[in-house]
Design a protein around this ligand. Structure first.
Ligand SMILES: [Zn+2]
Length: 442
C-alpha cells in the first residue's frame, strides 16, 4: 500500500525511522513545534513584538492552547513583517485576495526549501494513487497560482509519472477534449471543473474516458459531487485539502475514504470552536487551525484557516495511523440563517449536485418574506430542459432541515438553467446574500 510510503516519509521528515511508532512520532512533532515557536520569536518581527504572547516558556504541544492565534489579517500587514528570513532568501512571494474584503492582499513568502518541501509532499501524496508511467492531467485553471501546477508536475516526474498541463480555464468541453487527446488515466483539478467534465463527457456520445483516479482539490468537494464523478468516469475519487498558507499541500485521501491523512511532519493541526477559540476533541466539527512544524520563510503559529472540518484519530483501515481530517464542509461563517434554518454553500452543493446532469451552480439567498433561494444551474445542452429545474427544486425541498420551510412557503426556491460558461468565476464558490429588494421601496 502506498499510504505506507506516504506515512514513512512523514517519519523521515521528523528524523525518525519509519517503524519508530506513534508515541515517538508525537514526541518529535512536539519538539519541532517548540523549534518553530523559538524560530518565529527569534526571526519574525511580527511574532517577536506580539504584545499578547505569554511569558511562560513554551515546551511543546501541551502548551499550544496558551498561544495566541495568527489570522489572515496578519499576512496582509507589512509592519511588523511576519516573514522570518531576509529578502535575499525569499524565492517566491504569492499574493492572495483577502476573502470578503477589499483590503490589502495576503502575502505568503516561500524560501527555496519551502518550495522543495511542497514538491516532496506532492510526490508522496500523489504516489498514494499514482504509479510510474501514469499519464496525469493537471487541470487547475491558469488563473490559479502557477505554483500548484508547476509543483505537481515536478512531483509527478519524480515518481516516474507523466504530467500533462491542461490549462482549461472554465470550459468543461475543452477539458474533455484534452483528456481524450492526451489519453490521461488520472486527472487532478478543482471539484466543479471535474464534475462538469465528467458529466459532459458522459452526455456527449464521444469515446469513453478511461481514468483510474481523480484528485479534487482547491475548493469544497460535496460528497454527492465526488459520487457523481466516480459514477460518470467509473473511477476512484480522492480529495486533497490544503491552501497556499500550508505550503499548498495539507492532507490527502486514501482508498478507504475515511478522512484525509494529514501532512503531519509539516503541520500540527487543531480544530477549535470558532466562537470561543477552545480546542475541540476529535470528531467535533469546528475551524481548522494549523502550526508549521518545519523551518519556513512564513512561520505560522495557530493559523486560523476559516475552513470547517474535524479531526479523526486512530487506525485507518488503510493501515495508517496518521491523523485525518474529515467533515470538510466549506468555510466558517458562510451560513445564511432564515428563520430557524441554516443554509450553506456546502449543503446546497450536496443536495443539488446529486441531481443527474447538473454541472455547476451559483446560489444567492435573497432576504425577505418569504426568503428566496435563487439557484442558477449549469448543465450540458441535452439536460437543459424544464424537468431539470423541477428535479433541482425537489432535491432542495427534500433536505430534511429545509423541508418544513419550503413546505410552509417561508423559503422559496427559484431555479434558472444556464450554460456553464455563464457561471464563470475565479474566486471560490460562495453562497451570496442579498437584501430584500422590496424592503426599502416604501
Ligand atoms: Zn487511510
Amino acid at each position: 500500500m502506498t499510504v505506507a510510503a506516504y506515512e514513512a516519509r512523514m517519519y523521515q521528515r521528523l528524523g525518525l525511522q519509519p517503524d519508530a511508532g506513534r508515541p515517538a512520532f508525537e514526541a518529535a512533532q512536539s519538539a519541532h513545534l517548540a523549534a518553530t515557536v523559538a524560530q518565529a520569536r527569534a526571526l519574525s518581527p511580527f511574532y517577536r513584538r506580539r504584545a499578547d504572547w505569554p511569558d511562560a516558556p513554551f515546551t511543546g504541544i501541551a502548551d499550544l492552547p496558551r498561544l495566541p492565534f495568527t489570522t489572515p489579517d496578519d499576512l496582509t500587514r507589512a509592519d511588523p513583517p511576519l516573514v522570518a528570513v531576509s529578502g535575499g532568501d525569499v524565492a517566491r512571494i504569492v499574493t492572495l485576495p483577502t476573502s470578503g474584503t477589499s483590503g490589502p492582499p495576503k502575502r505568503v513568502q516561500f524560501a527555496a526549501e519551502d518550495l522543495e518541501a511542497t514538491a516532496d509532499y506532492f510526490h508522496h501524496g500523489m504516489a498514494v494513487f499514482t504509479s510510474p508511467g501514469d499519464r496525469v492531467a493537471i487541470a487547475f485553471a491558469a488563473d490559479r497560482p502557477a505554483s500548484i501546477g508547476d509543483g505537481l508536475a515536478v512531483a509527478l516526474r519524480r515518481l516516474g509519472a507523466i504530467p500533462l498541463q491542461i490549462a482549461t480555464a472554465h470550459d468543461p468541453q475543452s477539458l474533455v477534449v484534452a483528456l481524450r487527446r492526451e489519453a490521461a488515466n488520472i486527472v487532478a483539478g478543482p471539484p466543479v471543473s471535474l464534475l462538469a467534465a465528467a458529466r459532459s463527457s458522459a452526455a456527449d456520445d464521444g469515446p469513453p474516458i478511461r481514468l483510474k483516479a481523480v484528485l479534487v482539490s482547491s475548493d469544497h468537494a460535496a460528497p454527492s459531487l465526488k459520487r457523481a464523478i466516480a459514477a460518470a468516469w467509473h473511477c476512484e475519487v480522492y480529495e486533497h485539502w490544503g491552501m497556499t498558507e500550508t505550503g499548498y499541500g495539507g492532507a490527502v485521501d486514501c482508498a478507504a475514504h475515511a478522512g484525509l491523512h494529514l501532512r503531519e511532519a509539516d503541520l500540527f493541526v487543531e480544530v477549535i470552536d470558532p466562537a470561543t477559540g477552545e480546542p475541540l476533541p476529535p470528531g467535533r466539527e469546528g475551524e481548522i487551525v494549523f502550526t508549521t512544524l518545519q523551518p519556513r520563510a512564513t512561520p505560522l503559529i495557530r493559523y486560523r484557516t476559516g475552513d470547517r472540518g474535524c479531526l479523526v484519530e486512530g487506525d485507518c483501515s488503510c493501515g495508517s495511523r496518521l491523523r485525518r481530517l474529515a467533515g470538510l464542509s466549506g468555510r466558517i461563517g458562510d451560513a445564511a440563517i432564515v428563520g430557524d434554518i441554516r443554509l450553506t454553500q456546502a449543503a446546497i452543493d450536496d443536495a443539488v449536485f446529486a441531481v443527474d446532469g447538473v454541472t455547476d451552480l451559483d446560489a444567492t439567498l435573497i432576504a425577505g418574506s418569504p426568503a428566496t433561494l435563487s439557484l442558477r444551474i449549469a448543465a450540458p445542452p441535452r439536460y437543459r430542459i424544464p424537468v431539470l429545474g423541477v428535479a433541482v427544486r425537489s432535491a432542495v425541498a427534500a433536505v430534511p432541515q429545509w423541508a418544513p420551510a419550503v413546505a410552509a412557503g417561508s423559503l422559496r426556491v427559484v431555479v434558472t438553467l444556464a450554460d456553464a460558461s455563464l457561471l464563470q468565476r475565479t474566486a471560490k464558490r460562495r453562497l451570496r446574500h442579498e437584501e430584500d429588494p422590496c424592503a426599502n421601496s416604501g
